[in-house]
Design a protein around this ligand. Structure first.
Ligand SMILES: NC(=O)c1ccc[n+]([C@@H]2O[C@H](COP(=O)([O-])OP(=O)(O)OC[C@H]3O[C@@H](n4cnc5c(N)ncnc54)[C@H](O)[C@@H]3O)[C@@H](O)[C@H]2O)c1
Length: 288
């Protein structure tokens, strides 16, 4: 990637990373992995106290700032503050997100507006705040957290799936514009990672209808969740290689490849299995 090399992008020693949604889950794990590799991190989150606790545990290379990603002007201030204080931004992990789950009819229009505001416009506001800084520097890497739901149909998560498909499309388009200008653009497409979002969509999300209520351990294990620190380490290796779409854990790469090859067959398979699985989850959740 242009911009790497001395004076350019650092991987990861002495790099500066801004991480939205850094208080919890994937964002916090990225912070731990980056600091372990000698980077400095700024954790921006709506949960300021939690972000401060995470940063406090990482020592002087980490700090926390309050940010609601739905506020475009506040995002510009956060990005400018990082540049002013740290002198550069190497990586922007555009990661904050929520889950809203349920059948389509369980989603209100307000649910749609809310998830679009956080998962799509929040990502847009982040890019609009940080990308000009990276262009000016002539180096940097933006990593948007999408999802496997950004790669494949996901019944029971239609609004979430729509926002994540949009993030993948945005990533791929911006990547083409940014290459040759020193800025890398990638997307994480995680399968199932053990974080708070699996519990009813995270603290700011919600699952409705038959999907409401926490999954119990047994149900969670059926989805073979990847541990979040293992995700962060593997994901950072792929960011350093400037991969465009980063699908983890590995078993989802197989599914992703198959879906690109035979989407119709897999959709028919999902159509047959979805309501059976939905009823099973609904029953287990209501009895748990
Ligand atoms: N865990 C998974 O299985 C999985 C799979 C695919 C994609 N993802 C994506 O990974 C990203 C991180 O989620 P996670 O799994 O770490 O869940 P998480 O709930 O642990 O973390 C999400 C973080 O985003 C923050 N956040 C939510 N709304 C915000 C807002 N308006 N402004 C600022 N911060 C806000 C939360 O406070 C939280 O710290 C999300 O974009 C999610 O959609 C997760």
């Amino acid at each position: 990637m242009a911009g790497s090399g001395s004076g350019g992008l650092r991987t990861y020693t002495d790099a500066v990373a801004l991480i939205s949604g850094g208080a919890s889950g994937i964002g916090a794990a990225l912070a731990r992995a980056l600091v372990a590799q000698g980077a400095r991190v700024v954790l921006a989150d709506r949960q300021l106290e939690l972000a401060q606790n995470v940063a406090g545990g990482l020592g002087e290379r980490a700090r926390a700032v309050a940010l609601d990603v739905r506020e475009a002007e506040a995002y510009v201030e956060v990005a400018a503050g990082v540049l002013e204080r740290e002198g550069r931004i190497d990586y922007f992990f555009n990661n904050a997100g929520i889950g809203i789950g349920g059948l389509y009819e369980d989603h209100s229009l307000d649910d749609w507006r809310y998830i679009v505001d956080v998962n799509l416009l929040g990502v847009v506001y982040g890019i609009s705040a940080v990308y000009p800084i990276l262009l000016e520097q002539g180096f940097g890497h933006i990593v948007n957290t999408a999802s496997m739901a950004g790669r494949a149909a996901t019944p029971g998560l239609s609004a979430y799936c729509a926002t994540k498909h949009a993030v993948v499309g945005l990533t791929r388009s911006l990547r083409i514009e940014a290459q040759g200008r020193g800025v890398g653009v990638s997307a994480f497409c995680p399968g199932v990672i053990r974080t708070e979002i699996l519990k009813d969509g995270g603290v700011y999300g919600k699952f409705a209808g038959g999907m409401a209520g926490d999954l119990d351990e047994e149900q969670l294990e059926r989805a073979r969740p990847m541990e979040v620190d293992a995700f962060a380490k593997a994901a950072l290796i792929r960011v350093a290689r400037n991969q465009e779409i980063i699908v983890l854990p590995g078993m989802w790469r197989f599914f992703d490849g198959l879906y690109r090859l035979i989407p119709g067959v897999l959709s028919r398979f999902m159509a047959q299995g979805f309501f059976k699985e939905y009823e099973r989850i609904a029953q287990a959740r209501s009895s748990g």
